[in-house]
Write a new protein. Sequence first.
Length: 159
Amino acid sequence: MKKLSLVLMSLIAISFMITSCGGGSQPAATEQKGPNALPADVVAMMPKGEAIYKAKCIVCHQATAVGIENVFPPLANADYLLTDKVRAVAQTLNGSKIEMIVNGKKYTQEMVPQVDTKEDAVAVINYVLNNFGNKAGYVTLAEVQGVEIKPRTAPPAAK
Ligand code: HEC
């Protein structure tokens, strides 16, 4: 049994080595290599994430994602963001109104919900995790499956 799993492990390792050498096929232009390589589906959602960031987040978190000290927290090299990617997706979806310490500074302002779908939230968070100097991996839709989309504040009733 031990021997069999050893053989299996080395077979898997060898096949990984072969596939990571490309096996002769040309990788797509956007495909990344190396230890920080992102899966193709994550690379594919980057333009959407960028568009959302530029349309929505930039006003507060700024063009370089450094935020505004003690008002809007940074998303670039932010310890708070990098410790919990699922929480970041949930905050983007549902907003956040808590006291938080980001890179040693306190933030207490409210962020209202920014996007309506998990797809959009995942796309923009993955964009943030891989831009502004961040090289922080990615989050998947499957990982945020348990995140509840809270009901939005109801629009004023028509009279
Ligand atoms: C109107 C200003 C505003 C906009 C627009 C905004 N945010 Fe925020 N954001 C805040 C504030 C204020 C906080 C702190 C909230 C708190 O203290 O609970 C915050 C916190 C966060 C956090 C957690 C803190 C951190 O440093 O990781 C994330 C992640 C985040 N925002 C992502 C986004 C994304 C992504 C967008 C665009 C889709 C966005 N925000 C748009 C104001 C904003």
